[in-house]
Design a protein around this ligand. Structure first.
Ligand code: EPU
Length: 301
Protein backbone atom coordinates (compact mmCIF):
# COMPACT_ATOMS: atom_id res chain seq x y z
CA UNK A 1 0.00 0.00 0.00
CA UNK A 2 2.85 2.36 0.74
CA UNK A 3 3.64 2.58 -3.01
CA UNK A 4 0.18 3.79 -3.87
CA UNK A 5 -0.15 7.55 -4.10
CA UNK A 6 -2.33 8.91 -1.34
CA UNK A 7 -3.11 12.34 0.04
CA UNK A 8 -4.40 13.26 3.46
CA UNK A 9 -6.75 16.16 4.26
CA UNK A 10 -6.95 16.79 0.55
CA UNK A 11 -9.01 19.80 -0.53
CA UNK A 12 -11.15 18.47 -3.39
CA UNK A 13 -12.87 21.74 -4.35
CA UNK A 14 -10.82 22.56 -7.44
CA UNK A 15 -10.88 19.00 -8.77
CA UNK A 16 -14.69 18.93 -8.91
CA UNK A 17 -16.65 20.37 -11.82
CA UNK A 18 -18.96 22.11 -9.29
CA UNK A 19 -15.92 23.82 -7.70
CA UNK A 20 -17.44 22.95 -4.32
CA UNK A 21 -16.15 20.60 -1.61
CA UNK A 22 -14.13 20.48 1.59
CA UNK A 23 -11.25 18.30 2.74
CA UNK A 24 -11.24 14.54 2.25
CA UNK A 25 -9.44 12.77 5.09
CA UNK A 26 -7.67 10.23 2.85
CA UNK A 27 -7.74 9.84 -0.91
CA UNK A 28 -5.94 7.13 -2.90
CA UNK A 29 -4.81 7.62 -6.50
CA UNK A 30 -3.98 4.13 -7.82
CA UNK A 31 -2.33 4.07 -11.25
CA UNK A 32 -3.54 0.72 -12.55
CA UNK A 33 -5.98 -2.11 -11.94
CA UNK A 34 -3.61 -3.96 -9.58
CA UNK A 35 -3.21 -0.91 -7.37
CA UNK A 36 -7.00 -0.38 -7.41
CA UNK A 37 -7.48 -3.97 -6.23
CA UNK A 38 -5.02 -3.42 -3.38
CA UNK A 39 -6.96 -0.39 -2.15
CA UNK A 40 -10.29 -2.20 -2.55
CA UNK A 41 -9.08 -5.32 -0.74
CA UNK A 42 -8.10 -3.24 2.26
CA UNK A 43 -11.28 -1.20 2.27
CA UNK A 44 -14.05 -2.96 0.34
CA UNK A 45 -16.63 -0.28 1.17
CA UNK A 46 -14.51 2.64 -0.01
CA UNK A 47 -16.39 5.14 -2.21
CA UNK A 48 -14.87 5.36 -5.69
CA UNK A 49 -14.84 8.46 -7.90
CA UNK A 50 -13.49 9.27 -11.33
CA UNK A 51 -13.27 12.82 -12.58
CA UNK A 52 -15.54 14.40 -9.92
CA UNK A 53 -17.81 15.79 -12.63
CA UNK A 54 -21.11 14.26 -11.57
CA UNK A 55 -20.57 14.66 -7.86
CA UNK A 56 -21.34 17.10 -5.08
CA UNK A 57 -18.83 16.91 -2.24
CA UNK A 58 -19.84 18.41 1.08
CA UNK A 59 -18.20 21.72 1.93
CA UNK A 60 -17.97 20.25 5.45
CA UNK A 61 -15.58 17.62 4.09
CA UNK A 62 -15.55 13.85 4.36
CA UNK A 63 -13.69 12.20 7.22
CA UNK A 64 -13.28 8.81 5.59
CA UNK A 65 -11.30 7.25 2.74
CA UNK A 66 -12.09 7.49 -0.96
CA UNK A 67 -10.42 6.20 -4.10
CA UNK A 68 -10.01 8.21 -7.27
CA UNK A 69 -9.50 6.30 -10.52
CA UNK A 70 -8.38 9.46 -12.34
CA UNK A 71 -4.84 8.07 -12.84
CA UNK A 72 -5.95 4.69 -14.24
CA UNK A 73 -5.64 6.08 -17.74
CA UNK A 74 -4.30 3.27 -19.97
CA UNK A 75 -5.51 3.17 -23.60
CA UNK A 76 -4.93 0.35 -26.11
CA UNK A 77 -6.18 0.50 -29.70
CA UNK A 78 -6.47 -2.69 -31.77
CA UNK A 79 -8.15 -2.24 -35.15
CA UNK A 80 -11.79 -1.25 -34.31
CA UNK A 81 -11.41 -1.99 -30.60
CA UNK A 82 -10.34 0.39 -27.86
CA UNK A 83 -9.54 -0.71 -24.32
CA UNK A 84 -9.58 2.15 -21.81
CA UNK A 85 -8.94 2.43 -18.06
CA UNK A 86 -11.62 3.84 -15.76
CA UNK A 87 -9.81 7.17 -15.40
CA UNK A 88 -9.59 8.02 -19.11
CA UNK A 89 -11.53 11.21 -19.70
CA UNK A 90 -14.50 11.00 -22.07
CA UNK A 91 -13.52 13.91 -24.36
CA UNK A 92 -9.98 12.54 -24.71
CA UNK A 93 -11.25 9.08 -25.70
CA UNK A 94 -13.71 10.66 -28.11
CA UNK A 95 -10.83 12.53 -29.83
CA UNK A 96 -8.55 9.47 -29.95
CA UNK A 97 -11.33 7.41 -31.53
CA UNK A 98 -11.89 10.17 -34.11
CA UNK A 99 -8.16 10.39 -34.96
CA UNK A 100 -8.22 6.63 -35.59
CA UNK A 101 -11.30 6.86 -37.82
CA UNK A 102 -13.50 5.10 -35.25
CA UNK A 103 -17.10 6.17 -34.71
CA UNK A 104 -19.39 5.59 -31.71
CA UNK A 105 -17.94 7.87 -29.03
CA UNK A 106 -18.79 11.24 -30.61
CA UNK A 107 -21.34 11.98 -27.86
CA UNK A 108 -18.61 11.96 -25.22
CA UNK A 109 -16.85 15.03 -26.57
CA UNK A 110 -18.73 17.44 -24.31
CA UNK A 111 -18.89 15.22 -21.21
CA UNK A 112 -16.31 16.08 -18.58
CA UNK A 113 -16.60 12.63 -16.93
CA UNK A 114 -14.29 9.63 -17.10
CA UNK A 115 -14.95 6.14 -18.44
CA UNK A 116 -15.55 4.49 -15.05
CA UNK A 117 -18.38 6.83 -14.12
CA UNK A 118 -19.80 6.89 -17.63
CA UNK A 119 -19.99 3.09 -17.78
CA UNK A 120 -21.39 2.90 -14.23
CA UNK A 121 -24.28 5.21 -15.13
CA UNK A 122 -24.54 4.39 -18.84
CA UNK A 123 -23.89 7.97 -19.98
CA UNK A 124 -25.75 9.04 -23.09
CA UNK A 125 -26.46 12.09 -25.21
CA UNK A 126 -27.49 12.97 -28.76
CA UNK A 127 -28.98 9.54 -29.43
CA UNK A 128 -25.79 7.66 -28.50
CA UNK A 129 -25.17 5.76 -25.24
CA UNK A 130 -21.94 4.25 -23.97
CA UNK A 131 -23.75 0.88 -23.83
CA UNK A 132 -24.21 0.98 -27.64
CA UNK A 133 -20.48 0.51 -28.19
CA UNK A 134 -19.35 -1.51 -25.14
CA UNK A 135 -17.98 -4.97 -25.80
CA UNK A 136 -17.11 -5.82 -22.19
CA UNK A 137 -16.33 -4.19 -18.84
CA UNK A 138 -13.57 -5.07 -16.37
CA UNK A 139 -14.86 -4.98 -12.80
CA UNK A 140 -13.68 -5.73 -9.30
CA UNK A 141 -15.59 -6.98 -6.29
CA UNK A 142 -14.48 -8.21 -2.89
CA UNK A 143 -16.01 -11.65 -3.47
CA UNK A 144 -15.03 -12.21 -7.09
CA UNK A 145 -11.80 -10.23 -7.48
CA UNK A 146 -11.28 -9.13 -11.11
CA UNK A 147 -13.88 -10.24 -13.60
CA UNK A 148 -15.28 -9.23 -16.94
CA UNK A 149 -18.92 -8.81 -17.96
CA UNK A 150 -20.27 -8.57 -21.47
CA UNK A 151 -22.51 -5.72 -22.54
CA UNK A 152 -25.61 -7.93 -21.98
CA UNK A 153 -24.42 -8.98 -18.53
CA UNK A 154 -23.95 -5.31 -17.56
CA UNK A 155 -27.78 -4.89 -17.66
CA UNK A 156 -27.60 -1.36 -18.99
CA UNK A 157 -30.67 0.85 -18.77
CA UNK A 158 -31.11 4.62 -18.84
CA UNK A 159 -28.50 5.98 -16.37
CA UNK A 160 -28.19 2.53 -14.80
CA UNK A 161 -26.11 -0.66 -14.87
CA UNK A 162 -25.65 -3.82 -12.82
CA UNK A 163 -23.24 -1.84 -10.62
CA UNK A 164 -26.14 0.03 -9.01
CA UNK A 165 -27.37 -3.11 -7.26
CA UNK A 166 -24.02 -4.82 -6.66
CA UNK A 167 -20.74 -3.84 -4.99
CA UNK A 168 -18.91 -3.78 -8.34
CA UNK A 169 -16.24 -1.23 -9.22
CA UNK A 170 -15.63 -0.42 -12.89
CA UNK A 171 -11.90 -0.55 -13.67
CA UNK A 172 -11.99 -0.33 -17.45
CA UNK A 173 -13.95 -1.08 -20.59
CA UNK A 174 -13.49 -2.45 -24.08
CA UNK A 175 -15.30 -0.71 -26.93
CA UNK A 176 -16.08 -2.02 -30.38
CA UNK A 177 -16.40 0.90 -32.78
CA UNK A 178 -17.22 1.38 -36.45
CA UNK A 179 -14.78 2.57 -39.09
CA UNK A 180 -15.91 5.86 -40.61
CA UNK A 181 -14.28 8.75 -42.49
CA UNK A 182 -12.62 11.11 -39.99
CA UNK A 183 -14.47 14.14 -41.46
CA UNK A 184 -17.84 12.55 -40.73
CA UNK A 185 -16.86 11.75 -37.14
CA UNK A 186 -15.49 15.28 -36.67
CA UNK A 187 -18.68 16.84 -38.02
CA UNK A 188 -20.81 14.84 -35.55
CA UNK A 189 -18.52 15.88 -32.67
CA UNK A 190 -18.76 19.54 -33.68
CA UNK A 191 -22.53 19.27 -33.87
CA UNK A 192 -22.58 17.80 -30.33
CA UNK A 193 -20.27 20.49 -29.01
CA UNK A 194 -22.37 23.27 -30.48
CA UNK A 195 -25.52 21.72 -28.92
CA UNK A 196 -23.73 21.70 -25.60
CA UNK A 197 -22.59 25.31 -25.97
CA UNK A 198 -26.10 26.52 -26.76
CA UNK A 199 -28.06 24.31 -24.32
CA UNK A 200 -25.77 23.64 -21.35
CA UNK A 201 -23.57 25.79 -19.09
CA UNK A 202 -19.87 25.98 -19.94
CA UNK A 203 -17.58 24.19 -17.50
CA UNK A 204 -16.04 27.54 -16.51
CA UNK A 205 -19.32 28.09 -14.66
CA UNK A 206 -19.26 25.46 -11.87
CA UNK A 207 -21.87 22.78 -12.49
CA UNK A 208 -22.32 19.01 -12.42
CA UNK A 209 -24.33 18.41 -15.59
CA UNK A 210 -27.98 17.44 -15.29
CA UNK A 211 -29.06 17.50 -11.63
CA UNK A 212 -31.96 15.03 -11.88
CA UNK A 213 -32.49 12.01 -14.14
CA UNK A 214 -35.32 12.21 -16.62
CA UNK A 215 -38.32 10.32 -15.27
CA UNK A 216 -39.52 7.61 -17.63
CA UNK A 217 -41.16 9.11 -20.69
CA UNK A 218 -40.70 12.70 -19.50
CA UNK A 219 -38.07 15.36 -19.09
CA UNK A 220 -36.84 16.67 -15.73
CA UNK A 221 -35.92 19.98 -17.44
CA UNK A 222 -39.43 20.45 -18.80
CA UNK A 223 -41.13 19.54 -15.49
CA UNK A 224 -38.86 21.85 -13.50
CA UNK A 225 -39.25 24.66 -16.01
CA UNK A 226 -43.03 24.47 -15.68
CA UNK A 227 -42.57 24.97 -11.91
CA UNK A 228 -40.77 28.27 -12.65
CA UNK A 229 -37.52 27.32 -10.95
CA UNK A 230 -35.19 29.04 -13.44
CA UNK A 231 -33.10 31.74 -11.75
CA UNK A 232 -34.09 30.54 -8.24
CA UNK A 233 -31.10 31.22 -5.97
CA UNK A 234 -29.81 30.00 -2.63
CA UNK A 235 -26.56 31.56 -1.43
CA UNK A 236 -23.92 31.21 -4.11
CA UNK A 237 -25.79 28.88 -6.47
CA UNK A 238 -28.82 29.19 -8.72
CA UNK A 239 -30.90 27.24 -11.20
CA UNK A 240 -29.48 28.12 -14.61
CA UNK A 241 -31.70 30.57 -16.52
CA UNK A 242 -31.36 28.63 -19.79
CA UNK A 243 -32.11 25.09 -18.60
CA UNK A 244 -34.07 24.23 -15.48
CA UNK A 245 -32.20 20.97 -14.77
CA UNK A 246 -28.80 22.60 -14.19
CA UNK A 247 -27.53 24.30 -11.04
CA UNK A 248 -24.66 26.72 -11.57
CA UNK A 249 -22.22 27.86 -8.94
CA UNK A 250 -21.39 31.51 -9.51
CA UNK A 251 -20.60 33.07 -6.14
CA UNK A 252 -18.81 31.16 -3.36
CA UNK A 253 -21.57 28.60 -2.99
CA UNK A 254 -21.57 25.65 -0.61
CA UNK A 255 -22.84 22.10 -0.84
CA UNK A 256 -25.65 23.05 1.53
CA UNK A 257 -26.76 25.79 -0.89
CA UNK A 258 -26.90 23.16 -3.66
CA UNK A 259 -28.80 20.60 -1.57
CA UNK A 260 -31.32 23.19 -0.29
CA UNK A 261 -31.92 24.27 -3.89
CA UNK A 262 -32.24 20.65 -5.08
CA UNK A 263 -34.79 20.06 -2.32
CA UNK A 264 -36.84 23.07 -3.44
CA UNK A 265 -36.73 21.87 -7.07
CA UNK A 266 -37.68 18.35 -6.02
CA UNK A 267 -40.53 19.57 -3.79
CA UNK A 268 -42.04 21.82 -6.46
CA UNK A 269 -42.19 18.97 -8.99
CA UNK A 270 -43.52 16.55 -6.37
CA UNK A 271 -46.27 18.93 -5.28
CA UNK A 272 -47.34 19.77 -8.83
CA UNK A 273 -46.99 16.38 -10.54
CA UNK A 274 -46.67 13.80 -7.75
CA UNK A 275 -43.36 12.73 -9.37
CA UNK A 276 -40.29 12.12 -7.20
CA UNK A 277 -37.30 13.24 -9.27
CA UNK A 278 -34.19 11.12 -8.76
CA UNK A 279 -30.84 12.93 -8.51
CA UNK A 280 -28.29 12.12 -11.18
CA UNK A 281 -25.59 13.87 -9.15
CA UNK A 282 -23.87 11.76 -6.48
CA UNK A 283 -23.25 13.18 -3.02
CA UNK A 284 -20.31 12.59 -0.68
CA UNK A 285 -20.44 13.83 2.91
CA UNK A 286 -21.95 13.16 6.30
CA UNK A 287 -20.69 15.88 8.64
CA UNK A 288 -23.60 18.31 8.48
CA UNK A 289 -26.95 17.24 9.96
CA UNK A 290 -29.07 19.37 7.62
CA UNK A 291 -27.29 17.87 4.59
CA UNK A 292 -27.88 14.36 5.89
CA UNK A 293 -31.55 15.17 6.44
CA UNK A 294 -32.01 16.60 2.91
CA UNK A 295 -30.26 13.56 1.40
CA UNK A 296 -32.75 11.25 3.12
CA UNK A 297 -35.49 12.86 1.02
CA UNK A 298 -33.55 13.30 -2.21
CA UNK A 299 -31.76 9.94 -2.28
CA UNK A 300 -34.61 7.69 -1.20
CA UNK A 301 -33.84 4.88 -3.65
N1 EPU B 1 -36.77 21.67 -21.59
C1 EPU B 1 -37.62 22.64 -21.16
N2 EPU B 1 -37.15 23.57 -20.28
C2 EPU B 1 -35.88 23.54 -19.80
C3 EPU B 1 -35.02 22.54 -20.25
C4 EPU B 1 -35.48 21.60 -21.15
O1 EPU B 1 -38.77 22.71 -21.55
O2 EPU B 1 -35.53 24.41 -18.99
C5 EPU B 1 -37.24 20.69 -22.57
C6 EPU B 1 -36.51 20.86 -23.91
O3 EPU B 1 -37.13 21.81 -24.70
C7 EPU B 1 -36.57 19.49 -24.48
C8 EPU B 1 -36.58 18.57 -23.25
O4 EPU B 1 -36.91 19.39 -22.14
O5 EPU B 1 -37.78 19.29 -25.17
C9 EPU B 1 -35.24 17.88 -23.04
O6 EPU B 1 -34.20 18.84 -22.85
P1 EPU B 1 -32.72 18.66 -23.44
O7 EPU B 1 -32.80 18.43 -24.91
O8 EPU B 1 -31.89 19.78 -22.95
O9 EPU B 1 -32.22 17.32 -22.84
P2 EPU B 1 -32.21 16.77 -21.37
O10 EPU B 1 -33.16 15.62 -21.33
O11 EPU B 1 -32.43 17.84 -20.36
C10 EPU B 1 -30.36 14.97 -21.69
C11 EPU B 1 -29.26 14.48 -20.79
C12 EPU B 1 -28.02 15.34 -21.00
C13 EPU B 1 -27.62 15.29 -22.47
C14 EPU B 1 -28.79 15.84 -23.31
C15 EPU B 1 -28.51 15.84 -24.80
C16 EPU B 1 -30.41 13.61 -18.82
C17 EPU B 1 -30.82 13.85 -17.40
N3 EPU B 1 -29.69 14.59 -19.40
O12 EPU B 1 -30.72 16.26 -21.22
O13 EPU B 1 -26.98 14.74 -20.26
O14 EPU B 1 -26.45 16.06 -22.72
O15 EPU B 1 -29.95 15.02 -23.06
O16 EPU B 1 -28.67 14.61 -25.38
O17 EPU B 1 -30.72 12.56 -19.37
C18 EPU B 1 -26.02 14.82 -18.07
O18 EPU B 1 -26.51 13.69 -17.92
O19 EPU B 1 -25.34 15.38 -17.19
C19 EPU B 1 -26.28 15.51 -19.32
C20 EPU B 1 -25.88 16.75 -19.53
Amino acid sequence: MHRIEKKENFCIKNMTSFKIGGDIAKIYFPKNEIECAEVLERNPNIRVFGNWSNTLVSSYGFDGEVMSTSKVDNIIIEDTRIIAGAGVKGPMLSKIAMENGLSGLEFMIGFPGSIGGEVYMNASAHGQAISDVIESVTLYSEDEGFFRLSKEEMQFEYRKSICHNNPYIVLGAEFNLKKKPIDEIKAKMEENLSFRKSHQPMMTLGNAGSIFKNPQGDSAGRLLDSCQVKGMRIGGVKVWENHANFIVHDNNGTSLDVLELMLQMYTKVYEKYNIKLEPEVRFLGHNNLREVEICKTLYQK
